[in-house]
Ligand binder design. Structure first.
Ligand SMILES: [Zn+2]
Length: 233
């Protein structure tokens, strides 16, 4: 793999920041100023990849039906986006053609149930979910949800999530971008290429990260935390 100077700089900066953070935790207070300077010098065009496998966000009423009245999600692992987490709970998706089991529930609960799958998952289930941004669920196909306590037949809510980049509004502003803008993203490596139509999702309390699904990750041979570059800004 060929590593560009910019990527190398970013890696060094991150390692330094990590090392300094650890040192600061051990009581080396004098490093605090250096750490801030290091972070400030990182290239805002470089963003780490976060790969989303198929998953489901549940509403309170669907949680009740699938896992029992008043049931709570069990936190398994924190996701990079603040407040978001992978839960221990799993459900089965049952479509007209087939089933997919062990689909992870992501917390916290939401107003509306949303099921995010890949295009190939749609083939397995026998449905054709459209490519959508999170929350845009009008005219989407449904699927039957199977949990340990019961089942729910959803009339809609299944999407293939459109790729996007989370960042703070201040970070977006540094790149001359705002929420809802589209950019290109360049990927290096043997399956390198350019991803067009990547939407910027600028919001407070977010962590810089580009979300793609498993099929996109494999098509570009990308792994979690690999840095990619925003262009066309
Ligand atoms: Zn996302």
């Amino acid at each position: 793999m060929q590593i560009t100077r910019a990527v190398l700089d970013e890696i060094v900066a991150r390692l330094l920041a990590q090392g300094l953070a650890a040192a600061a935790g051990a009581g080396a207070k004098s490093t605090a100023g250096i750490k801030a300077e290091t972070v400030e010098h990182t290239d805002p065009h470089l963003v780490p990849i976060g790969i989303s496998n198929r998953h489901i966000h549940l509403s309170r009423s669907d949680m009740d039906a699938l896992f029992g009245p008043g049931s709570q999600l069990t936190r398994k692992a924190a996701l990079k986006q603040p407040g978001q987490y992978a839960a221990e709970e799993l459900v089965t998706l049952r479509g007209p053609k087939g089933e997919i089991s062990k689909v992870r529930v992501l917390g916290p609960l939401r107003k509306e149930t949303q099921i995010e799958v890949s295009i190939a998952d749609g083939f397995v289930l026998g449905i054709k979910p459209p490519m959508r941004m999170s929350g845009k669920l009008e005219s989407t196909p449904g699927v039957e949800l199977v949990g340990p306590h019961g089942t729910v037949k959803k009339e809609g809510g299944v999407i293939v999530a459109l790729r996007h980049i989370h960042m703070l509004p201040a970070e977006a502003a540094k790149l001359g971008l705002k929420n809802g803008d589209e950019v290109d993203v360049v990927v290096e490596g043997v399956r390198g290429g350019v991803m067009h139509h990547v939407t910027i999702r600028a919001a407070e309390a977010s962590s810089t990260e580009m979300h793609i699904d498993v099929e996109e990750a494999n098509a570009f041979r990308l792994k979690n935390n690999t840095l990619v570059r925003i262009v066309k800004v």
